[in-house]
Write a new protein. Structure first.
Length: 215
């Protein structure tokens, strides 16, 4: 089993140097085998964000990676992104699906098994992002719900569930055993030196497979 691996970009300022670093990191991640890139840049205005997304789309050409924009459907559509990722309090996915082009990916953040089941029943989604699974510095003050809560969500929905929150290699075995389709992370991909990124992705995938006991 090969897990779905998702890079969530860290929040950053909207200046040009920050954009260059973002595009470079996304390109490296795509070449390292990351399949989903979630552009999460709340500090950027619409024009700056659209430009950054357009550049990241160019940077992943020739790789299997697909670029999604966090929350900003208008920017995702204008830039020609592969999809959008909705917050848990965002508009219903069905409304997005009604205006989205064919093949447009729609994901949503969820925080419990009940919520997961409800939003899947409402329709329009391609995947769920479940968290926060393990406590992480990226979400200060939030205690992780644990792998048991993740497993409960996975068992109650038919869509792929991607785990997020504290996705360190030591946790990936329990994430795999929970039934998750893969994981998403910020720090796992943001911290390593560029030349180490491919090894980080490869090692994390191996941890997911071997520690989870899957072929």
């Amino acid at each position: 089993m090969h897990p779905v691996v998702c890079l969530i970009t860290p929040s950053a300022s909207g200046d040009t140097s920050g954009e260059d670093a973002l595009v470079e990191r996304v390109a490296l991640a795509a070449r390292a085998g990351v399949q989903l890139i979630q552009i999460r840049q709340p500090a950027r205005d619409a024009r700056s964000l659209q430009r950054a997304v357009a550049r990241t789309l160019q940077s992943v050409i020739g790789t299997p990676a697909r670029v999604l924009v966090n929350e900003r459907l208008d920017v995702a559509l204008a830039a020609g992104a592969h999809g959008v990722h909705l917050r848990s309090d965002s508009m219903p996915a069905g409304r997005v699906r009604a205006v989205a082009p064919s093949g447009f990916l729609i994901g949503r953040s969820v925080h419990s098994a009940d919520e997961s089941e409800r939003v899947v029943r409402e329709g329009g989604l391609d995947y769920l992002l479940f968290g926060t699974v393990f406590t992480t510095p990226s979400k200060p003050g939030i205690v992780g719900v644990g792998a048991g809560a993740l497993a409960a969500a996975c068992s109650r929905v038919s869509l792929p569930v991607i785990a997020v929150g504290g996705m360190e290699p030591r946790h990936l075995g329990s994430v795999c055993r929970s039934g998750a389709a893969g994981w998403a992370a910020i720090r796992l991909f943001a911290d390593p030196a560029p030349e180490a990124l491919e090894a980080v992705v490869s090692n994390a995938r191996s941890a997911f497979d071997s520690l989870g006991g899957l072929p």
